[in-house]
Design a binder for this molecule. Structure first.
Ligand SMILES: Cc1cc2nc3c(=O)[nH]c(=O)nc-3n(C[C@H](O)[C@H](O)[C@H](O)COP(=O)(O)OP(=O)(O)OC[C@H]3O[C@@H](n4cnc5c(N)ncnc54)[C@H](O)[C@@H]3O)c2cc1C
Length: 410
């Protein structure tokens, strides 16, 4: 089989390697950038969080959340790690389940994929943006920007999504699939920083803390997460904020982000801590009240928010004042203004409508011989290695199916 893959990113390289498991398949990867895996190099802050050992279909979203199931069941995290080991990549798992290359550099992941594909005789064409694709009889005709033409018998679209525009996120995959009649759902940035009222975040800019984060509207919880939060001059970022960003991207109107700043302590414990401090150090200033449990900048901002003068002496703080401070720590509200855009987002929520594809093969239901994998499809995962796992799982499934290898090798 003569197979062309548009896109030399995570899913495209996985598809190419899978299809080439039979040397009877000729495989060509067309990549618009001057090297493959450019976005992969930027993942995990350059460390590449390549999967999460806990990945399961519940970690994925889209109009049909069940769509990702068959690919993930066939080729989940353990099989993926076995596969990477066979390519020569040694990995390390963090207690959270996140997996990174032992080298701690994303370059190792790109290198093992690229070198394995070259060794297996796959062809990689870089600087080769595909502008158009169409079906002519039983074959596909691909056209480059200068009118260059390539043909293939099976076509895999692995162009990725709109997110991460700075490292090559583009919309061309949606357009190519649209030209074959496939619909596209609304695209939104996900795993992205939140813009909030910045009156208080600015004062704590750059500070990181552990917090419980809840996205609420009208008393209803839209999403919640726990973990690290970082304050910025425009709002909030950090892993726990990314975890609620999909919901924030969908429902911004009238929503509020509430932080519980001492998530490991109950309100009574917080009050007890402050009373002890007041008893032991009555002449200390209020600005030192929380210095043993919180970053100074956060402690001062909590007091300002509660309208407690920083210069006040602890003996002068009433029980009611301590109660109010505890309430602010339990629930510091930041009205949501929106999210940053696709340039800053890690993943696209929405994409090519999965109803047009068979989840067991990732083949188009409209155009036989056409396949799609990775982020171009309407599947997005949580923060923590889940999106790359979808890229590996779906890429491998599309590659095996296009190469006629599903039964033999899966
Ligand atoms: C900054 C950042 C950090 C991230 N960190 C993580 C992480 O640590 N863990 C995780 O799981 N996920 C992470 N992600 C998400 C993850 O990188 C993507 O979900 C994943 O790369 C998607 O794989 P893909 O193959 O669908 O697309 P991509 O990896 O984006 O590959 C698509 C490729 O297609 C090429 N292409 C597009 N159009 C054409 C065309 N017309 N012709 C030829 N080539 C074309 C592109 O140049 C690109 O190389 C991160 C994303 C970003 C932006």
């Amino acid at each position: 089989m003569d197979i062309a893959i548009i896109g030399g990113g995570a899913s495209g390289l996985a598809a190419a390697l899978a299809a080439r498991e039979s040397l009877a398949n000729a495989v060509t990867v067309y990549e618009r950038q001057n090297r493959v895996g450019r976005k992969l190099l930027a993942t995990g802050n350059g460390r590449c969080n390549l999967t999460n050992r806990g990945a399961s279909p519940e970690n994925y979203h889209g109009q049909d959340p069940a769509f990702a199931g068959p690919a993930l069941y066939r080729f989940g995290p353990e099989k993926t790690l076995e596969w990477f080991r066979s390519l020569g990549l040694v990995t390390r798992t963090e207690p959270s389940g996140r997996v990174y290359p032992l080298s701690d550099t994303a370059g190792s992941v790109v290198d093992v994929l690229r070198l394995a594909l070259e060794a297996r005789g796959g062809s990689i064409q870089c600087g080769a943006p595909i502008a158009r694709a169409e079906k002519r009889g039983d074959a596909f005709l691909l056209t480059g920007p200068l009118g260059e033409q390539f043909t293939c018998e099976r076509l895999i679209v692995a162009c990725g999504g709109a997110a991460g525009a700075r490292v090559g996120g583009v919309r061309s995959g949606y357009d190519i699939l649209r030209s074959f009649g496939h619909g596209c759902t609304q695209l939104r940035p996900s795993l992205v920083q939140l813009k909030t009222d910045n009156t208080w975040t600015r004062a704590m800019k750059g500070v990181r803390t552990q917090a419980a984060v809840v996205l609420e509207r009208g008393g209803q919880t839209l999403a919640s997460a726990s973990g690290e939060v970082q304050f910025t001059d425009y709002g909030l970022t950090g892993p726990a904020v990314y975890d609620i960003s999909r919901a924030a991207s969908l429902q911004q109107e009238g929503a509020t982000v509430c932080l519980r700043l001492l998530p490991e302590l109950e309100k009574v414990d917080i009050i007890q801590y402050m009373e002890n401090k007041r008893n032991s150090f009555p002449d200390h200033k209020a600005e030192n009240l929380l210095s043993g449990v919180l970053h100074n900048s956060i402690a001062r901002t909590v007091l300002r928010r509660t309208q407690i003068p920083l210069e006040a002496r602890l003996w002068a703080l009433s029980d009611a004042a301590l109660d109010q401070i505890a309430d602010t720590l339990e629930r510091f509200e930041f009205p949501l203004m929106g999210t940053l855009g696709f340039e800053d987002a890690q993943v696209t929520s929405g994409g090519t409508d999965t109803a047009g594809f068979d989840p067991e093969t990732l083949e188009s239901r409209l155009v036989p011989g056409l396949y799609a994998c990775g982020e171009v499809l309407d599947v997005d995962g949580d923060c923590g290695g889940y999106n790359l796992q979808w890229a590996w799982s779906s890429g491998r499934l599309a590659g095996l199916a296009a190469g006629g290898l599903l039964e033999e090798l899966a």
